[in-house]
Design a protein around this ligand. Structure first.
Ligand SMILES: Cc1cc2nc3c(=O)[nH]c(=O)nc-3n(C[C@H](O)[C@H](O)[C@H](O)COP(=O)(O)OP(=O)(O)OC[C@H]3O[C@@H](n4cnc5c(N)ncnc54)[C@H](O)[C@@H]3O)c2cc1C
Length: 289
Protein backbone atom coordinates (compact mmCIF):
# COMPACT_ATOMS: atom_id res chain seq x y z
CA UNK A 1 0.00 0.00 0.00
CA UNK A 2 0.97 3.64 -0.32
CA UNK A 3 1.01 5.97 2.69
CA UNK A 4 -1.82 8.40 3.38
CA UNK A 5 -1.00 11.98 2.25
CA UNK A 6 1.40 13.90 4.51
CA UNK A 7 3.45 17.10 4.57
CA UNK A 8 7.21 16.77 4.54
CA UNK A 9 9.71 19.01 6.36
CA UNK A 10 13.44 18.50 5.77
CA UNK A 11 14.79 20.13 8.94
CA UNK A 12 18.22 21.78 8.63
CA UNK A 13 18.65 22.50 12.33
CA UNK A 14 17.36 21.30 15.69
CA UNK A 15 15.31 24.51 15.93
CA UNK A 16 13.58 23.81 12.61
CA UNK A 17 12.78 20.26 13.70
CA UNK A 18 11.37 21.40 17.04
CA UNK A 19 9.28 24.12 15.38
CA UNK A 20 7.80 21.51 12.99
CA UNK A 21 6.97 19.21 15.93
CA UNK A 22 5.57 21.96 18.18
CA UNK A 23 1.86 21.42 17.42
CA UNK A 24 2.10 17.67 18.13
CA UNK A 25 1.02 16.65 14.60
CA UNK A 26 4.50 15.84 13.32
CA UNK A 27 6.47 12.57 13.44
CA UNK A 28 10.25 12.44 13.37
CA UNK A 29 11.73 10.52 10.44
CA UNK A 30 15.10 9.05 11.47
CA UNK A 31 16.09 5.75 9.82
CA UNK A 32 12.53 5.19 8.60
CA UNK A 33 12.85 1.42 9.09
CA UNK A 34 9.77 1.20 11.31
CA UNK A 35 7.88 4.39 10.53
CA UNK A 36 7.80 4.07 6.73
CA UNK A 37 6.63 0.47 7.00
CA UNK A 38 3.81 1.57 9.31
CA UNK A 39 2.89 4.43 6.98
CA UNK A 40 2.73 2.03 4.05
CA UNK A 41 0.39 -0.21 6.06
CA UNK A 42 -1.47 2.94 7.16
CA UNK A 43 -1.17 1.98 10.80
CA UNK A 44 0.62 5.35 11.06
CA UNK A 45 -0.86 8.42 9.39
CA UNK A 46 1.26 11.39 10.46
CA UNK A 47 0.08 14.77 9.20
CA UNK A 48 3.71 15.91 8.89
CA UNK A 49 6.99 14.04 8.54
CA UNK A 50 9.90 15.86 10.15
CA UNK A 51 13.03 14.46 8.50
CA UNK A 52 16.05 15.04 10.75
CA UNK A 53 18.60 13.32 8.50
CA UNK A 54 20.15 16.62 7.39
CA UNK A 55 20.57 18.18 10.83
CA UNK A 56 24.29 18.80 11.47
CA UNK A 57 25.59 17.22 14.66
CA UNK A 58 22.73 14.74 15.08
CA UNK A 59 25.17 11.93 14.29
CA UNK A 60 27.18 12.78 17.42
CA UNK A 61 28.64 9.80 19.25
CA UNK A 62 30.90 10.95 22.04
CA UNK A 63 32.53 9.26 24.99
CA UNK A 64 33.63 11.71 27.71
CA UNK A 65 33.61 11.88 31.52
CA UNK A 66 32.47 8.29 31.91
CA UNK A 67 29.40 8.72 29.71
CA UNK A 68 28.62 7.75 26.14
CA UNK A 69 26.35 10.27 24.41
CA UNK A 70 24.41 9.09 21.39
CA UNK A 71 22.62 11.47 19.01
CA UNK A 72 19.48 10.90 16.90
CA UNK A 73 21.32 9.81 13.74
CA UNK A 74 23.71 7.23 15.17
CA UNK A 75 22.76 4.08 13.30
CA UNK A 76 22.77 0.47 14.46
CA UNK A 77 25.71 -0.47 12.19
CA UNK A 78 27.95 2.09 13.92
CA UNK A 79 27.76 0.00 17.09
CA UNK A 80 28.02 -3.29 15.19
CA UNK A 81 31.19 -1.96 13.53
CA UNK A 82 32.79 -1.41 16.93
CA UNK A 83 32.82 2.41 17.02
CA UNK A 84 32.64 2.41 20.82
CA UNK A 85 35.69 1.23 22.77
CA UNK A 86 35.89 -0.80 25.97
CA UNK A 87 33.41 -3.16 27.58
CA UNK A 88 30.41 -0.95 26.80
CA UNK A 89 31.42 -0.97 23.13
CA UNK A 90 31.77 -4.76 23.24
CA UNK A 91 28.25 -5.11 24.59
CA UNK A 92 26.74 -2.65 22.09
CA UNK A 93 28.52 -4.39 19.22
CA UNK A 94 27.25 -7.83 20.24
CA UNK A 95 23.72 -6.56 20.61
CA UNK A 96 23.73 -4.59 17.34
CA UNK A 97 24.64 -7.71 15.38
CA UNK A 98 21.30 -9.18 16.49
CA UNK A 99 19.19 -6.28 15.19
CA UNK A 100 17.47 -7.21 11.90
CA UNK A 101 19.95 -7.51 8.99
CA UNK A 102 22.62 -5.25 7.44
CA UNK A 103 20.42 -2.97 5.25
CA UNK A 104 18.18 -2.19 8.25
CA UNK A 105 21.22 -1.71 10.50
CA UNK A 106 22.63 0.72 7.92
CA UNK A 107 19.63 3.07 8.27
CA UNK A 108 17.93 2.34 11.60
CA UNK A 109 18.99 4.40 14.62
CA UNK A 110 19.35 3.63 18.32
CA UNK A 111 17.19 6.64 19.27
CA UNK A 112 14.55 5.69 16.71
CA UNK A 113 14.36 2.27 18.34
CA UNK A 114 14.03 3.84 21.80
CA UNK A 115 11.31 6.25 20.61
CA UNK A 116 9.45 3.42 18.86
CA UNK A 117 9.60 1.14 21.94
CA UNK A 118 8.88 -2.13 20.15
CA UNK A 119 8.51 -4.73 22.94
CA UNK A 120 11.02 -7.07 21.28
CA UNK A 121 13.62 -4.40 20.43
CA UNK A 122 17.05 -4.83 21.97
CA UNK A 123 18.17 -1.22 22.63
CA UNK A 124 15.43 -0.35 25.15
CA UNK A 125 16.51 -3.22 27.42
CA UNK A 126 20.20 -2.32 27.06
CA UNK A 127 19.60 1.31 27.97
CA UNK A 128 17.30 0.33 30.86
CA UNK A 129 19.65 -2.27 32.34
CA UNK A 130 22.65 0.06 32.16
CA UNK A 131 20.82 2.91 33.90
CA UNK A 132 20.73 5.12 30.81
CA UNK A 133 19.11 8.54 30.70
CA UNK A 134 17.19 10.06 27.81
CA UNK A 135 17.24 13.73 26.93
CA UNK A 136 14.05 15.06 25.39
CA UNK A 137 13.69 18.47 23.78
CA UNK A 138 10.70 20.51 22.64
CA UNK A 139 10.22 24.15 21.72
CA UNK A 140 9.46 24.66 25.44
CA UNK A 141 12.82 23.30 26.66
CA UNK A 142 14.72 20.17 27.62
CA UNK A 143 14.17 17.47 30.21
CA UNK A 144 15.97 14.27 31.12
CA UNK A 145 14.22 11.02 31.98
CA UNK A 146 15.58 7.73 33.36
CA UNK A 147 15.18 4.86 30.91
CA UNK A 148 13.21 2.90 33.49
CA UNK A 149 10.66 5.75 33.65
CA UNK A 150 10.69 6.41 29.90
CA UNK A 151 9.27 3.06 28.76
CA UNK A 152 5.58 2.76 29.62
CA UNK A 153 4.52 -0.35 27.66
CA UNK A 154 4.54 -1.72 24.12
CA UNK A 155 5.03 1.25 21.75
CA UNK A 156 4.39 3.63 24.66
CA UNK A 157 6.90 6.02 26.22
CA UNK A 158 7.01 9.17 28.31
CA UNK A 159 7.82 11.22 25.19
CA UNK A 160 5.23 13.85 24.29
CA UNK A 161 4.34 14.24 20.58
CA UNK A 162 6.05 17.65 20.43
CA UNK A 163 9.32 16.25 21.82
CA UNK A 164 12.41 15.12 19.98
CA UNK A 165 14.54 12.45 21.59
CA UNK A 166 17.74 14.44 21.46
CA UNK A 167 20.33 12.22 23.12
CA UNK A 168 20.78 9.10 25.19
CA UNK A 169 23.42 9.00 27.91
CA UNK A 170 24.91 5.64 28.81
CA UNK A 171 27.31 5.22 31.74
CA UNK A 172 30.57 3.54 30.72
CA UNK A 173 31.20 0.11 32.23
CA UNK A 174 34.31 -0.02 34.46
CA UNK A 175 37.44 -1.25 32.67
CA UNK A 176 37.74 -5.00 33.04
CA UNK A 177 33.97 -5.53 33.05
CA UNK A 178 32.83 -8.41 30.89
CA UNK A 179 29.64 -8.74 28.87
CA UNK A 180 27.32 -11.30 27.34
CA UNK A 181 24.20 -11.39 25.20
CA UNK A 182 21.94 -14.29 24.28
CA UNK A 183 18.86 -14.17 22.08
CA UNK A 184 16.15 -16.54 20.93
CA UNK A 185 14.52 -15.67 17.58
CA UNK A 186 12.76 -17.62 14.90
CA UNK A 187 14.85 -16.62 11.88
CA UNK A 188 18.16 -14.85 11.51
CA UNK A 189 16.67 -11.40 10.82
CA UNK A 190 13.49 -11.50 12.87
CA UNK A 191 12.77 -9.71 16.14
CA UNK A 192 13.73 -11.46 19.38
CA UNK A 193 11.26 -13.76 21.03
CA UNK A 194 13.36 -13.27 24.15
CA UNK A 195 16.85 -11.97 24.84
CA UNK A 196 19.08 -11.31 27.85
CA UNK A 197 22.09 -9.02 28.20
CA UNK A 198 24.60 -9.01 31.03
CA UNK A 199 27.55 -6.90 32.16
CA UNK A 200 29.62 -7.97 35.15
CA UNK A 201 32.45 -6.35 37.09
CA UNK A 202 34.63 -8.48 39.36
CA UNK A 203 37.09 -7.48 42.09
CA UNK A 204 39.03 -10.03 44.12
CA UNK A 205 37.20 -12.80 42.30
CA UNK A 206 33.75 -11.59 43.34
CA UNK A 207 31.05 -9.66 41.52
CA UNK A 208 30.98 -6.03 42.66
CA UNK A 209 28.57 -4.77 39.98
CA UNK A 210 26.18 -6.45 37.58
CA UNK A 211 23.65 -5.25 35.05
CA UNK A 212 21.16 -7.72 33.63
CA UNK A 213 18.48 -6.76 31.11
CA UNK A 214 15.58 -8.74 29.67
CA UNK A 215 14.10 -8.19 26.19
CA UNK A 216 10.43 -9.09 25.60
CA UNK A 217 10.01 -10.71 29.02
CA UNK A 218 7.38 -8.22 30.24
CA UNK A 219 5.26 -5.41 28.82
CA UNK A 220 8.36 -3.19 28.85
CA UNK A 221 12.14 -3.62 29.00
CA UNK A 222 13.25 -5.07 32.32
CA UNK A 223 16.23 -4.30 34.49
CA UNK A 224 16.61 -7.65 36.24
CA UNK A 225 17.38 -6.37 39.72
CA UNK A 226 16.76 -9.69 41.49
CA UNK A 227 19.22 -11.41 39.15
CA UNK A 228 21.75 -8.63 39.74
CA UNK A 229 21.34 -9.01 43.52
CA UNK A 230 21.88 -12.78 43.25
CA UNK A 231 25.25 -12.11 41.61
CA UNK A 232 26.61 -9.32 43.82
CA UNK A 233 29.23 -10.48 46.31
CA UNK A 234 29.47 -13.94 44.72
CA UNK A 235 32.16 -15.49 42.55
CA UNK A 236 30.87 -15.75 38.98
CA UNK A 237 30.57 -19.52 39.30
CA UNK A 238 27.91 -22.00 38.20
CA UNK A 239 25.97 -21.64 41.46
CA UNK A 240 25.74 -17.84 41.24
CA UNK A 241 24.81 -18.00 37.57
CA UNK A 242 22.07 -20.57 38.31
CA UNK A 243 20.70 -18.40 41.16
CA UNK A 244 20.68 -15.32 38.92
CA UNK A 245 18.96 -17.23 36.12
CA UNK A 246 16.29 -18.47 38.53
CA UNK A 247 15.73 -14.94 39.87
CA UNK A 248 15.52 -13.47 36.36
CA UNK A 249 12.95 -16.07 35.33
CA UNK A 250 10.76 -16.08 38.46
CA UNK A 251 11.14 -12.63 40.01
CA UNK A 252 12.19 -10.17 37.30
CA UNK A 253 10.37 -11.52 34.24
CA UNK A 254 6.68 -10.80 33.90
CA UNK A 255 5.86 -12.57 30.63
CA UNK A 256 2.67 -11.85 28.75
CA UNK A 257 0.59 -14.38 26.81
CA UNK A 258 2.10 -14.94 23.37
CA UNK A 259 0.51 -16.80 20.49
CA UNK A 260 3.43 -19.17 20.08
CA UNK A 261 4.06 -20.31 23.63
CA UNK A 262 2.88 -20.42 27.23
CA UNK A 263 4.13 -18.46 30.23
CA UNK A 264 6.01 -21.39 31.81
CA UNK A 265 8.00 -21.84 28.61
CA UNK A 266 8.83 -18.15 28.50
CA UNK A 267 10.14 -18.23 32.09
CA UNK A 268 12.18 -21.32 31.27
CA UNK A 269 13.65 -19.55 28.22
CA UNK A 270 14.53 -16.48 30.31
CA UNK A 271 16.47 -18.76 32.69
CA UNK A 272 18.31 -20.48 29.83
CA UNK A 273 19.21 -17.18 28.11
CA UNK A 274 20.33 -15.60 31.40
CA UNK A 275 22.65 -18.56 32.00
CA UNK A 276 24.02 -18.21 28.47
CA UNK A 277 24.56 -14.46 28.73
CA UNK A 278 26.36 -14.83 32.07
CA UNK A 279 28.43 -17.75 30.80
CA UNK A 280 29.54 -15.50 27.93
CA UNK A 281 30.42 -12.78 30.43
CA UNK A 282 32.56 -15.31 32.27
CA UNK A 283 34.30 -16.38 29.07
CA UNK A 284 36.77 -14.73 26.67
CA UNK A 285 35.82 -11.26 25.46
CA UNK A 286 36.58 -11.21 21.72
CA UNK A 287 35.86 -7.49 21.27
CA UNK A 288 38.44 -6.36 23.79
CA UNK A 289 35.98 -5.82 26.63
C1 LIG B 1 12.30 -6.57 8.87
C2 LIG B 1 12.65 -5.76 10.09
C3 LIG B 1 13.30 -6.39 11.14
C4 LIG B 1 13.64 -5.67 12.28
N1 LIG B 1 14.26 -6.31 13.31
C5 LIG B 1 14.58 -5.63 14.41
C6 LIG B 1 15.21 -6.28 15.50
O1 LIG B 1 15.52 -7.48 15.46
N2 LIG B 1 15.48 -5.55 16.61
C7 LIG B 1 15.17 -4.21 16.69
O2 LIG B 1 15.43 -3.60 17.72
N3 LIG B 1 14.58 -3.57 15.68
C8 LIG B 1 14.29 -4.24 14.53
N4 LIG B 1 13.68 -3.57 13.51
C9 LIG B 1 13.38 -2.13 13.66
C10 LIG B 1 14.61 -1.28 13.34
O3 LIG B 1 15.59 -1.48 14.34
C11 LIG B 1 14.26 0.21 13.31
O4 LIG B 1 15.39 0.82 12.75
C12 LIG B 1 13.95 0.88 14.62
O5 LIG B 1 12.88 0.31 15.32
C13 LIG B 1 13.52 2.33 14.43
O6 LIG B 1 14.60 3.11 14.12
P1 LIG B 1 14.54 4.11 12.91
O7 LIG B 1 15.71 5.02 13.05
O8 LIG B 1 14.41 3.35 11.64
O9 LIG B 1 13.22 4.97 13.27
P2 LIG B 1 12.03 5.46 12.34
O10 LIG B 1 11.41 4.32 11.61
O11 LIG B 1 12.45 6.65 11.55
O12 LIG B 1 11.04 5.96 13.50
C14 LIG B 1 10.39 5.06 14.36
C15 LIG B 1 9.51 5.85 15.34
O13 LIG B 1 10.33 6.59 16.24
C16 LIG B 1 10.12 8.00 16.08
N5 LIG B 1 11.44 8.63 16.18
C17 LIG B 1 12.57 8.24 15.54
N6 LIG B 1 13.61 8.98 15.97
C18 LIG B 1 13.12 9.85 16.88
C19 LIG B 1 13.70 10.86 17.70
N7 LIG B 1 15.01 11.13 17.67
N8 LIG B 1 12.91 11.55 18.54
C20 LIG B 1 11.57 11.29 18.59
N9 LIG B 1 10.97 10.33 17.87
C21 LIG B 1 11.74 9.62 17.02
C22 LIG B 1 9.48 8.17 14.73
O14 LIG B 1 8.70 9.33 14.66
C23 LIG B 1 8.63 6.91 14.65
O15 LIG B 1 7.46 7.06 15.41
C24 LIG B 1 13.34 -4.26 12.35
C25 LIG B 1 12.71 -3.62 11.30
C26 LIG B 1 12.36 -4.35 10.16
C27 LIG B 1 11.69 -3.63 9.03
Amino acid sequence: MKPAPFDYVAARSAGEALAALADGDGRVLAGGQSLVLEMNYRTARPRRLVDVNRVPGFDRLEAADGTLRVGPLVRHHTFADGAVAGPLGALLSRVAHHIAHPPIRARGTMLGSLAYAHPAAEWPAVVTALGGRLELESAAGRRTVDAETFFAGPFRTARRPDELLREVHLPQLPQGSTVGFAEHRRTHASFAQLAVLAAVTLAGGRVIAASVGLVNAADRPVRARAAEAALRGQPLDDAAIAAAADAAAHVDADPRPQPYTDLAYQRHAVAVLTRRALAQARGPQPDGG
